[in-house]
Design a protein around this ligand. Structure first.
Ligand SMILES: Nc1ncnc2c1ncn2[C@@H]1O[C@H](COP(=O)(O)OP(=O)(O)OP(=O)(O)O)[C@@H](O)[C@H]1O
Ligand SMILES: Cc1ncsc1CCO
Length: 254
């Protein structure tokens, strides 16, 4: 699996995502050759799933209405058999988010939970000092906790950080590299979750696909380079994703 597989297959990703990430996610999916559709209205959810190759559920700016749409779309996606990715953004920030994530995990078979370590801790029910959309503070054995969550919900788990961890509960891979600058640009994790959905639609629905997505995204962050300002880093990241997807091997300064 590589980003060029997504570029060839052009999966349509139905994104129910947050208002911060929507535009960047749409551009990022286009950069890798996937097709985005942002749609969070319950009335049209089943029709959207009917045309989609993958579904993304991202709770970053959760509303009662989007929560309802997520449950309808998630069930329709399970019925159709397309991959569903959950990004539990800031799940530790409110009891409401925790309740909705619980409902999603109880009612929908999720193929991949893509989260940071703080979100992982909350889903696993282990103590953690949450800090909004950032990871926050705490000490957990990330690999064991990710495996526990994977086995509990029969899902793949992808935990991001300076080292990414992907697991199916049995096999686990650690992916290093990237560029710390990426953490200063908002919604880069949200875009990554959408790319996971595209990857799982374009290729095998397994941990090796997530390992490839992780290393490609970290490589794109490296190739985006040391930009002086975050605006240029964000654009460079999109450019790097497009060039990687097209299988470019030679790099000039972006
Ligand atoms: N310290 C770091 N050094 C290098 N890369 C990092 C570091 N922390 C995270 N990353 C990378 O940043 C990308 C996004 O992961 P991150 O953990 O920031 O997601 P997130 O918290 O869900 O992001 P967001 O909420 O902004 O969408 C991943 O590719 C991850 O590998
Ligand atoms: C800043 C922010 N707030 C809610 S979602 C989001 C995007 C990064 O997760």
């Amino acid at each position: 699996m590589s980003l060029s597989n997504i570029y060839k297959k052009k999966p349509l990703v139905h994104c129910i995502t947050n208002t911060v990430a929507a535009n960047f996610t749409a551009n990022g999916l286009l950069a890798i050759g996937a097709s985005p559709i942002m749609a969070d209205e319950a009335i049209e959810a089943e029709e959207m799933v009917r045309i989609a190759d993958a579904l993304l559920l991202n709770i970053g700016t959760l509303h009662e209405t989007t929560a309802k749409t997520m449950l309808i779309a998630g069930k329709a996606a399970n019925k159709k058999g397309i991959p569903v990715v959950l990004d539990p953004v800031a799940v530790g920030a409110s009891l409401y988010r925790q309740q909705i994530v619980k409902e999603i995990l109880a009612q929908i078979q999720i193929d991949c939970i893509r989260c940071n370590v703080g979100e992982l801790a909350v889903i696993a029910g282990v103590p953690w000092e949450s800090r909004g959309v950032d990871s926050g503070e705490g000490q957990i054995d990330i690999i064991e906790t990710a495996k526990l969550v994977a086995n509990t919900y029969n899902t793949l788990v992808f935990v991001t950080g300076s080292t990414d961890i992907v697991t199916n509960g049995k096999e686990t891979f650690q992916i290093q590299g990237g560029n710390e600058r990426i953490t200063q640009v908002t919604a880069t994790g949200c875009l990554l979750s959408a790319i996971c959905a595209a990857g799982l639609a374009a290729d095998d629905r397994n941990v090796a696909t997530l390992q490839a997505v992780s290393s490609s995204y970290k490589r794109a962050a490296e190739l985006a380079g040391e930009q002086p300002y975050i605006g240029s880093f964000q654009i460079s990241l999109l450019n790097a994703l497009e060039r990687l997807s097209q299988g470019e091997k030679e790099w000039t300064l972006l």
